[in-house]
Design a protein around this ligand. Sequence first.
Ligand SMILES: N[C@@H](CCC(=O)N[C@@H](CS)C(=O)NCC(=O)O)C(=O)O
Length: 217
Amino acid sequence: MILHHVPGSRSMRVLWLIEELGLDCELRLWSLTDGGLRSPEFRALSPAGRIPALEVDGRAIFESGAILQYLTEREDRLAPKPGEPERGDFLEWVHFAETQANILQALNIHHIFLRPESARSIPLMRLDTKRLAVTARALDDHLAGRETLLSGFSAADCMLGFNIEALFRFLPAADHPALAAYRDRMAARPAYRRAAARAGGDAIYARDFYEVPDVPG
Ligand SMILES: N[C@@H](CCC(=O)N[C@@H](CS)C(=O)NCC(=O)O)C(=O)O
């Protein structure tokens, strides 16, 4: 298997699951900013030019949620099967993770990637911070008194757990104690630690916390 990867990006979800499943993969590194993701070579693997893509079983799969589902079905582990009681919950959390990741991506664009800073929209930054807070509150409520999203560890935790490090760049961890404890539990898993050691340092954030500014730039 070859995982197309950017440190700090959604490819960490796949790398973490690969470690949980005890599989081998080679990493191919890309950059979010040098134009490589728009090259014909990369778009042959991932047509929207997005990370991750996984080469497996003679083909390339894109979309992190699809890759996670493919691997759990291939290995017959770490996801409830169709017809099992928690199957609906599993699918909900996998897709919820992308709803939340898209808000995080919008905040990353505003706080980090958009230049000049005066091009940023402060009303949109406020709106997305509030939208993120709704998702964080839902998770904090769900995780109170629970160890994992489902009754046991599953690929949904790889999908969603990856988001939480980014989420706490924009919302205080102290306001979300159950979510912060979940983040710490996930980060302590041996497979997570192996994946993090292979993934390379985060390539996105220069600061621990990003406040919405009062003026554009
Ligand atoms: N829904 C897709 C989103 C993939 C995505 O947006 N990946 C980001 C990195 S985390 C990316 O490649 N961004 C490059 C860009 O937007 O140009 C997935 O889950 O795989």
